[in-house]
Write a protein that binds this ligand. Structure first.
Ligand SMILES: [Zn+2]
Length: 138
C-alpha cells in the first residue's frame, strides 16, 4: 500500500488519478489504470484509451478506522465500491457525507480531493473521490 505513493508510480498513474482515464483491452475487456500498450491479462495489443464517466452508483461501502500509513490523518474515512453505467467497477474514497447518508444505489459524482500525505517526503497526493451527487445528472 505504502509503495503506491512513491512519486514515479504516482506520476505513472496521474491521468487515472486526476481524470479517471483508463486503458481498456478490446480483446478481453480488462481495464488498466495506467498507459500500457499490452494487456496484462491476455497480452493483446488492442488497447483503447477511455475515460470513465464522472458519475457512478454506490454498490457497497465500509468505514475505515485503522488506515494504512499515509492515510492516518484522514481516518475515519469511507471507502466504497462504485459502478459506472458501462458496468466498470472501482474502489474509491467517498467524501463530503456521513455514512448514514449512503445506501446501495446512491448516485455519486467525482471530485478531486487530497487522498494521502507522505510525512517523510512531504508529498501530498491528490486524486479522485466520489460524493453523493449534488449537481444535476446529464
Ligand atoms: Zn486483454
Amino acid at each position: 500500500m505504502h509503495a503506491v505513493f512513491r512519486p514515479p508510480v504516482n506520476w505513472r498513474h496521474r491521468r487515472f488519478r486526476y481524470k479517471l482515464v483508463v486503458w481498456r483491452c478490446l480483446n478481453c475487456g480488462a481495464v488498466h489504470h495506467y498507459a500500457t500498450s499490452i494487456c496484462r491479462r491476455c497480452r493483446s495489443n488492442r488497447i483503447d484509451e477511455d475515460k470513465l464517466p464522472d458519475r457512478a452508483r454506490l454498490i457497497t461501502y465500509t468505514v475505515v478506522k485503522n488506515p494504512p500509513i499515509a492515510f492516518e490523518k484522514q481516518a475515519p474515512y469511507i471507502v466504497g465500491l462504485v459502478e459506472f453505467e458501462d458496468g466498470t467497477k472501482l474502489v474509491a474514497g467517498i467524501t463530503d457525507c456521513d455514512p448514514e447518508e449512503l445506501k446501495p444505489g446512491t448516485e455519486l459524482e467525482r471530485v478531486v480531493r487530497k487522498i494521502a500525505e507522505d510525512g517523510e517526503s512531504g508529498l501530498i497526493v491528490y486524486g479522485y473521490k466520489f460524493r453523493p451527487a449534488i449537481t444535476r445528472g446529464r
